[in-house]
Write a protein that binds this ligand. Structure first.
Ligand SMILES: [Fe+2]
Length: 190
């Protein structure tokens, strides 16, 4: 028998160097009234005056190139990446993040500034329509186990997922605000 595993879903998980420094710099925005520490503004527009944001924006682009290298092999050399809007997510205790996707962007990326054990996993949904019928098979015949992958965020980690992948954030069961930065990344041909 020849078995082919078709249509993989590439996810990239990265460690960001000097994350304490980056986080401190980004969080300093909170004290500046004009920056409106909320999800309504494009944080990359402040990259020139905030070193932490500048480094993080660069990291998102480098990470995209690294993941693309794994997906399309040599061809990535012809591709460049560009950040679209970036925003800060503040998920208050007791809140959940609704199921959504980011449409046709190449990658949706998130970087974690302040999270803990109980502040909620990032849940990635199995994109195969109809997979639920397989999940009803007895467990001993079934290596699929679940149709959701729960990614446990850690401070200083960055994750990239395909823009089309449905995801949501679990309940923030901690007493602290869960803080992350997200962005959409598109490809741009050189
Ligand atoms: Fe999202």
């Amino acid at each position: 028998m020849q078995k082919i595993d078709l249509f993989p879903t590439p996810i990239g998980i990265f460690d960001v160097e000097n994350y304490q420094e980056i986080n401190e710099e980004i969080l300093s925005l909170k004290n500046k009234e004009q920056y409106q520490f909320s999800s309504d503004f494009d944080i990359w527009s402040f990259s020139n005056e905030n070193e932490g944001l500048k480094k993080l924006q660069m990291k998102f682009l480098e990470a995209s190139a690294e993941l693309a290298n794994e997906i399309v092999d040599e061809n990535y050399k012809w591709i460049d990446f560009k950040n679209l809007r970036g925003w800060i997510n503040l998920q208050l205790p007791g809140k959940v993040g609704r199921v959504h996707e980011h449409g046709s962007v190449s990658f949706a990326g998130t970087y974690y500034i302040d999270v803990n054990e109980d502040s909620g996993t990032l849940n990635l949904a199995d994109p195969r329509i109809g997979i639920s019928s397989w999940l009803q098979l007895p467990k001993k015949f079934n290596s699929l186990k679940d149709n959701t992958y729960k990614f446990k965020p850690e401070i200083g980690k960055l994750i990239l997922i395909p823009g089309w992948l449905l995801h949501n954030i679990d309940l923030n069961n901690s007493d602290k605000v869960r803080i992350s930065v997200s962005t959409n990344i598109i490809t741009k041909y050189k």
